[in-house]
Design a protein around this ligand. Structure first.
Ligand SMILES: [Cu+2]
Length: 256
């Protein structure tokens, strides 16, 4: 009798104890490997906080010096995405371009800007993206508010990817048209003259250790945010170019 009573007491007590456990910050490590022979790599952590925000820390090197590098958390709340292999290079130019890689690593979920909006809408806000220092180092730290993060993303951090864009193929320390020509993706929106170097991915990061290429995430369209990238390329050319892209994108009926 006494024993059963004790058990019952335990049972009652255990339930509130389980639910009373405080929501704890959870940190996931990412390893960002070079894409497209960029020479860049980075390590990162994403910490999900109890208020629904995410703290993202990135430490990288080998980036095009003094140039902005658009960076995003790609993936989705569920599904199956991965960092693109070299075979994703469909046009055979030796580079996995934005439009070639996005279907594999997923759409933009969070824009890792330095200030202001961090939603997918800022995917191409190059003026608010981090700039590599004169030695090509790129360090970044920001807590992204819950309001900028799509539903289900903080619950699916292990399946997300971090992608950093912008690389210097011909070694002149800038984005130019000589190396790879125009950005095919920007051109597809009717905007000419944006270097492919400015829009191609330089790193892609999966959860560490990267024993398996596939980490899984995302059932939503991997292409819906692709036009955002052209906005960034246009920003490199100035506001007028960006406006043209937005208008063309609007005419094409794509999300901006
Ligand atoms: Cu991206």
């Amino acid at each position: 009798m006494q024993y059963r009573k004790a058990l019952a007491t335990l049972g009652v007590a255990a339930v509130p104890l389980m639910f009373a456990a405080p929501a704890q910050a959870d940190t996931v490590d990412f390893t960002l490997n070079e894409l497209n022979g960029s020479g860049a790599n980075a390590s990162a952590t994403i910490t999900t906080n109890s208020d629904g925000s995410m703290t993202v820390d990135i430490t990288g090197s080998g980036f095009t010096p003094n140039m902005p590098h658009a960076q995003h958390i790609h993936g989705a709340a569920s599904g199956d995405f991965f960092c693109p292999p070299a075979s994703a290079d469909k046009n055979g130019d030796g580079q996995v371009a934005t439009e070639e890689g996005v279907p594999q690593y997923g759409g933009v979920m969070v824009s890792l800007t330095t200030k202001g909006d961090a939603s997918a809408d800022s995917g191409l806000a190059v003026e608010r993206m981090p700039i590599a220092d004169a030695s090509g180092n790129l360090d970044y730290s920001r807590t992204v508010p819950a309001s900028a993060i799509p539903a289900g993303i903080t619950e699916n951090v292990e399946n997300l990817h971090i992608v950093q864009h912008g690389l210097d193929v011909n070694g002149n320390d800038k984005y130019d048209l000589q190396a790879l020509g125009e950005s095919v993706f920007a051109k597809s929106l009717g905007v000419k003259g944006i270097p492919e170097e400015a829009t191609n991915p330089a790193t892609c990061g999966e959860v560490s250790p990267s024993g398996s290429v596939e980490t899984g995430a995302g059932s939503t369209s991997g292409t819906e945010n692709m036009p955002l990238f052209a906005f960034g390329g246009a920003a490199l050319l100035g506001t007028a170019g960006a406006l043209i892209v937005r208008r063309r994108a609007a005419e094409a009926g794509v999300k901006s």
